[in-house]
Design a protein around this ligand. Structure first.
Ligand SMILES: [Fe+2]
Ligand SMILES: [Fe+2]
Length: 199
C-alpha cells in the first residue's frame, strides 16, 4: 500500500513540487521520532505521506468529504484552510480503506492540534512544523527543543501559530486555545513533578 500511496502523492503534487518536498521532509522528520520512541514505521509513513494530500483541493471537495465522515460541526468550528486535515483523513479512509485510529488521528490533527494528543499525533504535528524545508525563523527554536521535549515543542509551536494568526487577524478555532492551555499546564506540572509524566 505504501508504494501505491507514494505514486498517488507524486501524481497529486506533480505541479506543486514544494508540497512534495514538504511531504517528504515531514516523512523523514517523523522517522527520526520513530526511532526515538519506537513507534510503528508504517503508520508514521502512511500518515506523513497522506497528511496534506487534499491540501490543494477546492472548498467543495473538503466539505463533501467532511460532511460524509465527520458531520457539519467541523465545517462550523473550523475555516477552509484548516479543513484539509479532516478531508485528508476521510480520503485515507475512502481511497485506502484505512481504519487505524493512530494513522487517522495523526492526519486529522496535524493542522491545529488538540488537547491530550497521542504520542503519534504529537510526532506528526511537530514533524509538520519543523521539517527541514520550513523557511520561517519561529520553527528553528522549536526544532532545537523537539527531540528533548516533545510537549514543550508542541506548546511552543501552538503558541507561535496562535500569535502569528492573531497578528494577521486570521481565524483561530477555539480548540487551538484549549490545546495551548493544556500543553502549558502539562509542562508546568512536569517541571513541578517530573516523575509523574512521561511522553
Ligand atoms: Fe497540512
Ligand atoms: Fe504539511
Amino acid at each position: 500500500m505504501i508504494e501505491k500511496i507514494k505514486k498517488d502523492v507524486q501524481t497529486t503534487f506533480a505541479e506543486d513540487p514544494e508540497r512534495l518536498t514538504h511531504t517528504y521532509g515531514v516523512l523523514s522528520t517523523a522517522l527520526k521520532f520513530q526511532q526515538k520512541y519506537h513507534l510503528d514505521r508504517d503508520k508514521l509513513t502512511i500518515a506523513a505521506l497522506l497528511h496534506d494530500i487534499t491540501k490543494n483541493e477546492e472548498k467543495k471537495f473538503h466539505t463533501r468529504l467532511i460532511k460524509r465522515h465527520y458531520g457539519k460541526k467541523i465545517i462550523k468550528d473550523y475555516t477552509e484552510p484548516l479543513f484539509h486535515g479532516f478531508s485528508a483523513a476521510a480520503y485515507a479512509k475512502e481511497t485506502y480503506g484505512i481504519k487505524d485510529p493512530d494513522i487517522l488521528g495523526m492526519i486529522e490533527n496535524h493542522v491545529v492540534g488538540k488537547p491530550a494528543m497521542t504520542l503519534y499525533e504529537k510526532v506528526l504535528y511537530i514533524s509538520d512544523y519543523i521539517e527541514p524545508n520550513r523557511p520561517y525563523e519561529a520553527c528553528k527554536e522549536v526544532r532545537d527543543i523537539a527531540f528533548d521535549s516533545l510537549d514543550e515543542a508542541v506548546y511552543q509551536a501552538m503558541d507561535n501559530s496562535i500569535r502569528l494568526f492573531e497578528e494577521k487577524g486570521g481565524f483561530i478555532p477555539e480548540i487551538a486555545y484549549r490545546a495551548r492551555a493544556y500543553y502549558e499546564n502539562r509542562i508546568k506540572n512536569k517541571k513541578e513533578a517530573p516523575w509523574i509524566n512521561s511522553e
